[in-house]
Design a protein around this ligand. Structure first.
Ligand code: ADP
Ligand code: MG
Length: 256
């Protein structure tokens, strides 16, 4: 087992799946993040529990992507902490966070256009604890079977929706405990959105992964999300059960 994962799981051999009220899988505490002189996140708090989908909402430019990057270690914390199973990740670089069990599907997918589907998926194996070098076919292609038929095609030749599906499949091949998804429905056709929804609902059902879903498509977030957080100008302004999200909150913080 990689060093970081060993440290992180040693004191919590059962994880927290059996005791969701104990230590959250992921805990962001008082997080400040800057771009140069400008402060973009302000004392952000967030908790993710296994077996749940948490919807992170807010208008453009409020800091949602910045928060995901900071959780992944792509941006440093200026103050505060990102903790995984109760241990601070602050000093770990992105690749160690990935090995520890955090996967990130960036906004706009960022798959490798010049690599084939298969080669893109192979890269997803790098985060795995078991260091597998060969694609486990059932696992890789089970969720989106079209990927198998098209596995020799270049990533760049896929539609936007297919690229999103590839990016999700690649992230899942790392066997993450925390999955960060940045606007997976953005600019994607409805049939593929339904397919992605089915996969995310299935992952939630399995009970061991915590999903953080940044989403502007309100109904999608409402259908999938157990809890929601709303950001405004770099701060969390509201959170609760998605079933209790009011029209008033939507108008105030989300409507354009
Ligand atoms: N690379 C960057 N350099 C400087 N400022 C940035 C950079 N990326 C984003 N920002 C600024 O940080 C703020 C939050 O951006 P972002 O996290 O992308 O918002 P969201 O994902 O909610 O739309 C915005 O004001 C944006 O202009
Ligand atoms: Mg964004």
């Amino acid at each position: 087992m990689p060093e970081a994962a060993a440290v992180l799981t040693a004191s919590h051999p059962q994880g927290s799946a059996s005791n969701a009220t104990a230590v959250p899988l992921l805990h962001v505490r008082n997080l400040d993040v800057n771009y140069g002189e400008s402060q973009v996140l302000r004392a952000v708090q967030l908790e993710l529990q296994p077996g749940t989908i948490t919807a992170l909402m807010g208008r453009n430019g409020v800091g949602k992507t910045t928060l995901l990057k900071a959780i992944m270690g792509l941006l440093p914390a200026r103050r505060g902490e990102v903790a995984f199973l109760g241990k601070s990740l602050n000093k770990l670089p992105p690749e160690k966070r990935a090995r520890a069990g955090i996967a990130y599907v960036p906004q706009g997918r960022e798959i490798f256009a010049k690599l084939t589907i298969e080669e893109n998926l192979l890269l997803g194996l790098e985060a795995r604890p078991d260091r597998l070098k060969k694609i486990p076919e059932e696992e890789a292609y089970g969720i989106f079977p079209f990927l198998k038929d098209m596995r020799k095609r270049l990533g760049g030749n896929l539609s936007g929706g297919q690229q999103q599906q590839l990016a999700i499949a690649r992230a899942l091949l790392g066997k993450p405990k925390v999955l960060l998804l940045d606007e997976p429905t953005e600019g994607i056709q409805p049939s593929i959105i339904d397919d992605i929804e089915r996969v995310l609902a299935g992952l939630k059902e399995k009970g061991d992964i915590a999903i953080l879903l940044v989403e502007q498509y309100l109904e999608f977030a409402r259908r999938l999300g157990d809890r929601y957080y709303i950001m405004d100008r770099g701060a969390m302004v509201q959170n609760g059960k998605t079933s209790e999200l009011t029209e008033e909150s939507v108008k105030k913080h989300l409507a354009f």
